[in-house]
Design a protein around this ligand. Structure first.
Ligand code: AP5
Length: 212
């Protein structure tokens, strides 16, 4: 299976990617995770990216493209889930030609749909384990009591001002990617409102219908 998870910030892409990876044994390529790891290691790319990420803006295409290319080629991923990539039409076009040159292509793009108020709730109540990167939600998936509360932090880009900017950037720069894949017949819409497992089953259903 070679799929991309696409949708607004906080839609649940990372959460569902983890479940799909565990159950289907695929490579998980999350540009957000790769960038956060680079920030943690204080690499030049990480330090450059941090300014954009904390402000809720997209990291320049060229930077993220190199990371995506490295992730796909280094892990020699034939079967993968892209999570958070592509998110501009330029990135989508590059990905098409990059995969084409490797004699392969995306099989589906799962498009998470949900209203803005649910997005804001999910982002503003998300908490992250500083060491493991595990995500929690204060209401729906609270951090377990045995985890040291000092290790549970809020992502800088989950602060209200950055959330507003991420939604604006999504509508302006990322939403056009929806049309790009719709025209190619690859877009599979999934209602992302509901319990974790309910959303997961909807994804499995659309994948099954398309024999993936
Ligand atoms: P990235 O980390 O990819 O951010 P994002 O796309 O905005 O996605 P999020 O991680 O915010 O949310 P998600 O959809 O994965 O939701 P999650 O599962 O965590 O990227 C961060 C930044 O890096 C970008 O803003 C940009 O600056 C940069 N970047 C990354 N890729 C880039 C690219 N290609 N080009 C340029 N820049 C790039 O869930 C959210 C919360 O909701 C969690 O608390 C979770 O527990 C909860 N939740 C999930 N599902 C449910 C459910 N069904 N019910 C209740 N709660 C739920």
């Amino acid at each position: 299976m070679r799929i991309a998870l696409f949708g607004p910030p906080g839609a649940g892409k990372g959460t569902q990617a983890k479940l799909l990876v565990e159950r289907h044994g695929l490579c998980h390529i999350s540009t957000g995770n790769i960038l956060r790891a680079a920030i943690k290691k204080r690499t030049p790319v990480g330090l450059e990216a941090k300014k954009y990420i904390d402000a809720g803006q997209l990291v320049p295409d060229a930077v993220v493209r190199d990371l995506a290319e490295d992730a796909i080629t280094e892990q020699d991923c034939r079967l993968f889930i892209l999570d958070g990539y592509p998110r501009t039409v330029q990135q989508a076009r590059w990905l098409t030609s990059f995969l084409d040159a490797r004699g392969t292509s995306l099989e589906a793009v799962i498009f998470f749909t949900l209203p803005d108020d649910v997005i804001v709730d999910r982002l503003s109540k998300r908490r992250m384990h500083r060491e493991t990167g595990e995500n929690y939600h204060l209401d729906h998936k609270p951090p377990p009591p045995d985890v040291d509360p000092a290790l549970i932090v809020q992502r800088p880009d989950d602060k209200p001002e950055a959330i507003r900017e991420r939604l604006r950037v999504y509508k302006e720069q990322t939403q056009p990617v929806e049309d790009y894949y719709r025209r190619q017949g690859l877009l599979l819409e999934v209602d992302a409102v509901g319990d974790f497992e309910v959303v997961y089953e909807r994804i499995e259903d659309v994948l099954r219908v398309h024999a993936l």
